[in-house]
Ligand binder design. Structure first.
Ligand code: BTN
Length: 321
């Protein structure tokens, strides 16, 4: 009910009486008062005045469904959004909801994750200040077409960061977003599939937005939009921009990724033109990243001029990480 009260207070231009809140939410006045106090503890400044009721004065820097959803008007991504204060992992939460029948396009976002997951079994630090979210998609694709969706999602986030902040965000293939040589965003895609049919895909995206610092071992490698820009972002507003871009790019992608998009992806891919190394079946392949295929795979050319096509894996890029 906290979020219902909040939505009513955000939507109201003036005071909302305790009587109206209790009537519309179907709870007692005492329950309303308790929930108002709970919101105050979360950092919401809510003024109360006799005979007038409650008025929201200051919102804390928390993700808020009502603000994110206003004027969103997307095709399918974010038609339903759920915002949680804290969750183990938004990927795990989406998987639970997918098993319970949730629809394609659902986003679950959280201010904090207690067991955020990175690629290759790593931990994803998920302190407050970031945007951590997972999108549920039920595409009519075969399992081997799914890695391209992740590329498209990374490309969309890169475009959103560039548009919203004017920072020179680039893609480290396949789908890290970097600024300079530091990581700003990571994506973990998981799926449930039969051999020839995908049941659902969970695209988990973590963006370092307002972090002021990072713990020791990752501080040399990670940065945030705040650290790069020198000012904090309105996370709800920025998140809306990211969702809109994801909706546009993924809607186009599920029909067919245009050659303009592919060319733009190439232009924004910081990996191309650099010396790289990647392990394939335990063997280290070293060379230069020379191109992307129309399907988004990385072309690596070794010293002898032989070309290798890589469709997944952890690529180390000279000068980045
Ligand atoms: C990476 O290792 O680069 C991928 C990081 C993915 C992190 C995001 S945060 C939201 C979603 N929930 C998770 O537990 N992980 C992903």
């Amino acid at each position: 009910m906290n979020s219902d009260i909040l939505e009513m207070l955000i939507g109201a231009e003036d005071y909302v009486s305790g009587e109206e809140l209790s009537r519309k939410l179907g709870v007692s006045r005492t329950a309303v008062w308790k929930k108002i106090n709970a919101l105050r503890k979360e950092g919401y400044v809510i003024e109360s005045a006799t005979k007038k009721g409650y008025k929201l004065k200051i919102m804390p820097d928390l993700l808020n469904k009502k603000t994110i959803s206003s004027n969103l008007d997307t095709n399918f991504i974010g038609k339903e959004i759920d915002v949680m204060r804290s969750v183990d992992s938004t990927n795990e939460e989406i998987k639970r909801r997918a098993s319970a029948g949730a629809e394609s396009g659902l986003i679950v976002a959280a201010d904090e994750q207690t067991s955020g997951k990175g690629r290759l079994g790593r931990v994803w630090e998920s302190d407050s200040g970031g945007i951590y979210f997972t999108i549920l998609i039920r595409p009519e694709l075969s399992p081997n077409e799914i890695s391209a969706i992740t590329l498209a999602a990374g490309y969309a986030v890169c475009l959103a960061i560039r548009e919203y902040t004017e920072l020179d965000a680039k893609i480290k293939w396949p789908n890290d977003i970097i600024i300079g040589s530091k990581k700003i965003c990571g994506i973990l895609t998981e799926m449930a599939a039969q051999t020839d049919r995908v049941d659902y895909v969970a695209i988990g995206i973590g963006i370092n937005v307002n972090h002021e610092s990072f713990p020791g071992k990752i501080s040399g490698k990670a940065s945030s939009l705040y650290l790069e820009l020198g000012k904090k972002l309105d996370r709800n507003d920025f998140f809306r921009c990211v969702i809109k871009k994801l909706d546009k790019v993924l809607s186009d992608f599920l029909v067919s990724f245009s050659s303009e998009d592919l060319n733009e992806f190439r232009r924004l891919c910081a990996t191309i033109g650099r010396n790289v190394s990647v392990k394939r079946n335990g063997i280290l392949l070293e060379g230069k990243a020379t191109d992307l295929t129309p399907g988004g795979e990385l072309v690596i050319t070794d010293n002898s001029g032989k070309e290798y096509i890589i469709n997944s894996g952890e690529v180390t890029v000279q000068g980045i990480y």
